[in-house]
Design a protein around this ligand. Structure first.
Ligand code: SF4
Length: 480
């Protein structure tokens, strides 16, 4: 037993209140998620091996030693992972992985490629997202519901066996939120189960929150207002998260709003060629889309989780004309006019959001406040961005420098600490393959979850997939 590996001041079992088994993991006071035993077809534990029993005994001994310490965060890396190995036995999704590999995964995982692909085609998209690839017998563009559930059920089962969250709140220095997408829009996040029942962002966020224990981010760049399915989904999402009891599941509810959306990008490119008539059509399309998204999310305006993601180019190079702060301000004005029209129409008709003119003015002033919030200037110009803006501008060169630097650091990494030190974030792909990203470069790992769609092809994970610099099992297994 190597309990000496465990630092006394970072220990978190809370057994006094609950006898031999915690009702829920400790250290989640702010994001408290009911902790449940999960019995699922995704988790089969047939028979008990000596390895499992040894690991169980190790945990029990550790618990007894530290029983009298106040509950605090518990980090899986505080344990001897050799002694813990076996505790994962029978959890299907982790088949083939040892505890060092599972610890690495749960320590770094941040994004879940539940749905892969995005129609927004923003010119600055760091993930270089493209529309979903066609699904065939060999290719997929989303997780199966079974695979998604096998992951969340597997995490729940492991949490239960350990007595604390293996990921999320117990990981110091890790992001304190997770995202159910890498290169998709939150409004598109949805999976059908085997009975044909669709589970959208609400169900998926609930599952992840319960399994990981940290809140989930929602981002959307809007949708085509005539798309009834997405419109209804957005209204359902707005109604759900405007209820205070559901708010805790979200870290942030974002409308992504910037000059780089494909529609505004097209507008700028057409203006450059003098085709003003067509440029105005794209301008209208974008502004109507955003006005509709803002109006639809009116129930969220009162929420402290609501925000706008706004990003502009700061470089003075002519290639960024049309993508700077002044262009964003112009958009604000036009969109506000359109939002006003929508509120006035509502006031005269259904009165869904406003019963008086004062209500209309109140909503508009809340929106203005959000628009005057933070405007980000850091831009990662991934593959599509470099094609459009070129490779020699400041933002492209900065991205290239960062990608190069991370590539060097990952190539030099000798152990997991070298990886953690560089703050890498993990992405679970729809087929169970696992990647790390710095947001400027992406690295494949030798970790693969045991999904039913294991081995199926997906769109490449970007930005800048460094296939020649894989994060090997040897590095992942070098813990000390
Ligand atoms: S930035 Fe977001 S919304 Fe835009 S293309 Fe990328 S994933 Fe889609």
């Amino acid at each position: 037993m190597q309990v000496a590996n465990i630092r006394l001041n970072n220990y978190g079992f809370d057994y006094k209140k609950t006898g031999n088994k915690p009702a829920r993991p400790v250290s989640v006071a702010d994001n408290s998620v009911p902790y449940q035993n999960v019995t699922s077809p995704a988790v089969s534990f047939l028979g008990v091996s000596q390895k499992y029993l040894n690991a169980k005994q190790y945990i029990e001994r550790v618990k007894q030693i530290y029983e009298f310490l106040p509950p605090k965060n518990t980090d899986i890396y505080e344990f001897s992972l050799n002694n813990l190995d076996g505790i994962q036995e029978g959890i299907k999704v982790f088949n083939g992985l040892n505890m060092k590999e599972i610890a690495f995964l749960t320590r770094t995982m941040t994004e879940f490629g539940v749905n892969r692909g995005c129609h927004n085609m923003c010119s600055y998209c760091y993930a270089d997202a493209k529309p979903p690839i066609k699904e065939t017998a060999e290719t997929i563009n989303k997780m199966s519901w079974n695979d998604f559930k096998s992951l969340t059920d597997g995490l729940n089962e492991l949490n239960d066996r350990l007595g604390f969250y293996v990921s999320g709140p117990n990981v110091s220095g890790k992001r304190n939120y997770i995202s159910p997408f890498h290169d998709a829009d939150g409004i598109e996040v949805a999976l059908k189960d085997n009975n044909g029942v669709e589970h959208d962002f609400i169900d998926i966020a609930d599952e992840l929150y319960r399994a990981v224990g940290v809140p989930v981010v929602f981002d959307t760049a809007g949708w085509t207002p005539s798309n009834k399915k997405l419109q209804e989904r957005a209204e359902r999402i707005a109604a759900h998260y405007s209820l205070s009891e559901n708010e805790q599941i979200l870290t942030q509810f974002n409308i992504s709003f910037h000059p780089f959306h494909a529609l505004h990008t097209r507008q700028v490119l057409l203006e450059r060629t003098g085709d003003i008539e067509r440029a105005n059509k794209f301008k209208d399309l974008y502004e109507n889309r955003m006005a509709n998204a803002i109006y639809t999310f009116t129930p969220m305006l009162e929420s402290r989780k609501m925000g706008f993601i706004q990003r502009v180019a700061t470089s003075n190079e002519p290639v960024f004309d049309g993508f700077r702060e002044a262009d964003l301000q112009k958009m604000h004005k036009s969109i506000m006019k359109k939002v006003r029209v929508l509120y006035e129409k509502d006031l005269e008709g259904e009165q869904k959001f406003s019963k008086t003119s004062a209500d209309v003015e109140g909503h508009l002033s809340q929106i203005k406040m959000l628009m005057t919030g933070h405007v980000a200037s850091g831009i990662t110009l991934a593959e599509r961005g470099q094609e459009l803006f070129g490779k020699a501008n400041r933002h492209a060169l900065e991205t290239g420098d960062r990608a190069f630097s991370y590539n060097q650091r990952m190539a030099d990494a000798k152990n997991v600490k070298d990886i953690f030190y560089n703050g890498m974030n993990g992405i679970v792909d729809a087929n169970g393959d696992y990647y790390l990203t710095s947001w400027s470069a992406t690295f494949p790992t030798e970790i693969k979850l045991n999904f039913e769609n294991k081995g199926k092809l997906t769109a490449p994970i970007r930005p800048y997939l460094q296939e020649d610099t894989p994060i090997t099992r040897t590095v992942i297994n070098t813990v000390e």
